[in-house]
Design a protein around this ligand. Structure first.
Ligand SMILES: [Ca+2]
Ligand SMILES: [Ca+2]
Ligand SMILES: [Ca+2]
Ligand SMILES: [Ca+2]
Length: 255
């Protein structure tokens, strides 16, 4: 028994000397290497994700302000319709005083020209002469800037000699309407408050029967159209009835 216990003790001491010295240094070496590598890797990954987040917000505000101001101002320049025109904004530019393919009460017409830079609504304005004739224009009656407007005794082109019309006036002599006399007469356009926009006084020496008379394009103003010398027979033919005249279009030049 004593011999056996001595052998066991010597073996135990021998094992403890070798076993302890061999196991102790191995365990700390493996544990120290693993945490060092894991802690270093996540640190550099975080800053690389923050950098791209700061770049896009700086680029987004730059393209936005450019396309918006370019598209906004384009549809805005719409001139407002003016209802209170000033003298000379609308002028008499052409008259068919004595048509021949149809009767006067069917074929008379008057052309107005807008000299202003804005559209004019003359609903409620009065088309009259200096004694009996008077006719209040009913809307819609909007003349575009630089545009023409043709008022006819009869708007049906199959009845009025083939003239294209924009508006109508009651063709009646001696009150209740208006007529273009084949003798000295006047045409006046007045605002509802009585202010005259344009006036034209003519006599039978101004026109040729069956031909419209027009003012020269260079004299298209409220004073220029008062001069007989600025008027002349039209030669272009617009109507299907064949009588010379330029209703709704620029006048033929007189010189
Ligand atoms: Ca008259
Ligand atoms: Ca007439
Ligand atoms: Ca005038
Ligand atoms: Ca004309």
């Amino acid at each position: 028994m004593r011999i056996a216990s001595l052998v066991v003790l010597s073996l135990a001491v021998g094992c403890s000397e070798y076993g302890v010295s061999n196991l102790t240094p191995l365990e700390p070496e493996v544990e120290a290497e693993v945490p060092d590598v894991v802690e270093d890797e996540p640190v550099p990954e975080a800053p690389t994700q923050q950098e791209p987040e700061s770049d896009p917000p700086a680029q987004q505000p730059e393209p936005d302000p450019d396309p918006e101001p370019e598209s906004d101002p384009e549809p805005e320049p719409l001139p407002p319709v003016v209802t209170i025109a000033q003298p000379g904004d609308l002028v008499f530019s052409e008259l068919m005083i004595n048509p021949e393919v149809v009767s006067d009460d069917m074929g008379e017409w008057v052309e107005l020209y807008n000299t202003a830079s804005y559209p004019i609504d003359v609903s409620g304005y009065t088309f009259h002469d200096l004694d009996y004739d008077s006719w209040e224009l009913s809307g819609p009656f909007i003349v575009p800037p630089g545009g023409y407007y043709v008022l006819c005794a009869e708007t049906d082109a199959s009845l009025n000699g083939g003239v294209p019309c924009d508006g109508w006036f009651q063709r009646v002599s001696l009150g209740g309407g208006l007529a273009l006399a084949n003798v000295p007469d006047e045409v006046v356009l007045s605002r509802p408050d009585g202010v005259e926009i344009d006036r034209l006084e003519y006599d039978e020496t101004w026109f040729t029967n069956g031909v419209a008379i027009g003012v020269d394009p260079s004299a298209l103003d409220e004073d220029g159209n008062d001069d007989l010398d600025a008027w002349c027979d039209q030669v272009s033919v617009v109507s299907t009835g064949g009588e010379p005249g330029t209703p709704g279009q620029a006048n033929d030049p007189c010189w």
